[in-house]
Write a protein that binds this ligand. Structure first.
Ligand code: FES
Ligand SMILES: [Fe+2]
Length: 406
């Protein structure tokens, strides 16, 4: 097997056709730069990726930058209040224009030769250019920007998947948490030296939770089998309605399969009964969100396309964004949000708020890197999925289907 892998000359089509059902991917999907390039073309640059929350871009001139593989987008609140997205590529000789990750500015100035753009992307100054130089033809190139109830998304395709279904179907569940009026109070980046799929596959399964996440395993019920989870959920179902929470489930698997539309989902699961939220002692770490009036011990999972996943507790929201850097390096970006009128020090403490998903992500980083090292070995061979890795299996099947789509 190892000798075959080492000199594997099969085409990508042959490789996909030979993928053993119910098994992890062939080594080349994690190591071959040519497959990565195809993934970028067919998956990464065709789909929406979460770039932040409207609270981060409240005023004209507020900007944030999203880097994904070779692409970089500047998302800036324009003069008329609309959200603008631009390729972070200077129209002179191509330098990155914006080197800061987030901030506020009234113009974007390229650090190389000083070409200056306004926050609507127009080139407003370029020194010593010929008389016939047309500034109007050299504005920043647009990048697709969208919004789903306060969440800002970017797509590096001029014809991105529709957001209409997600906006419509998620209005009620996201309304319970008043997503539009949250604010980001912490953001951290985790550089993960592994192929992006290993990182997202890890997020898709909780087979590893019992062995790798003792803190998470104390409070979340995801590693239980269906029957036990149902029993552990009684307290949540009994209290949901009294807390103002509707029992809504939107199946993300179906919606992800809808062509031309962003995949999306919303589902709630119970935490163990001692836990009100995802905190060290299970006690609240911030004021209740939106119209929620109490703690029913539940937690919602949301997904937006293939790279962005959220957890909504009754008092805070955690956003996960997984993006590739290159074929062997990735980034995990986490945002923590609370209600917009919450005051730091009085209503929430950032260390207490970020504790669970920071230690969980550090542990995930370690296991993903170990996974990556083994996957690069000549002894690696695709192995069988357990009954707790269904979502991961669906995810990789979706990837294989997308790679074959024209
Ligand atoms: S590359 Fe931007 S001003 Fe020259
Ligand atoms: Fe994990």
């Amino acid at each position: 097997m190892s000798a075959v892998m080492k000199n594997d000359q099969r085409s990508i089509e042959e490789l996909i056709a030979s993928q053993k059902p119910g098994h992890s991917l062939d080594q080349r999907f994690y190591t071959d730069p040519a497959i990565y390039e195809l993934e970028v073309e067919k998956i990464v640059n065709r789909n929406w990726i979460l770039a932040g929350h409207v609270s981060q871009l409240a005023e004209p001139g507020d900007f944030t930058v999203l880097d994904v593989g070779k692409e970089s987008a500047i998302i800036v609140r324009g003069k008329d209040g609309s959200l603008n997205g631009f390729a972070n590529v200077c129209r002179h000789r191509g330098s990155l224009v914006c080197l800061e990750r987030q901030g506020h500015t009234d113009k974007l100035v390229c650090p190389y030769h000083g070409w200056m753009y306004d926050i609507d992307g127009n080139l407003i100054a370029a020194r010593n250019m010929h008389e016939d130089f047309d500034k109007t033809a050299h504005g920043l190139k647009p990048v697709s920007v969208g919004e789903i109830h306060g969440l800002i998304l970017v797509c590096f395709d001029d014809n991105p998947p529709s957001l209409a279904g997600a906006i419509r179907d998620l209005e009620e569940p996201m309304g319970m948490y008043d997503f539009e009026n949250l604010k980001v109070v912490a953001q951290k980046s985790y550089a993960i030296p592994a192929n992006w799929k290993l990182m997202i596959e890890n997020y898709q399964e909780c087979y590893h939770c019992a062995t790798s996440h003792p803190e998470y395993a104390l409070m979340h019920t995801m590693m239980l089998d269906d029957e036990k989870r149902e029993r552990a959920s009684t307290h949540m179902y009994e209290n949901m309605e009294a807390c103002g929470i509707k029992d809504i489930c939107i199946d993300h698997v179906d919606s992800a399969a809808r062509p031309g539309e962003i995949g999306y989902g919303f589902a709630r699961t119970a935490m163990f009964s001692k836990y009100k939220t995802g905190s060290k002692d299970g006690q609240p770490v911030a004021p209740l969100l939106g119209s929620i009036t109490g703690y029913d011990g539940g937690q919602a999972d949301l997904s937006f396309g293939p790279f962005s996943f959220l957890l909504a507790y009754n008092d805070h929201v955690v956003c996960y964004v997984f993006t590739p850097v290159d074929h062997n390096n990735s980034n995990c970006e986490i945002y923590w949000l609370v209600r917009s009128d919450a005051k730091e020090g009085k209503d929430y403490d950032v260390d207490a708020l970020t504790w669970l998903w920071d230690i969980t992500t550090q542990a995930d980083k370690e296991i993903i890197v170990n996974n990556s090292k083994g996957v690069h070995s000549k002894y690696y061979e695709p192995g069988p999925f357990s009954g707790m890795e269904d979502l991961e299996q669906i995810y990789i099947e979706w990837i294989l289907a997308e790679l074959q789509r024209s």
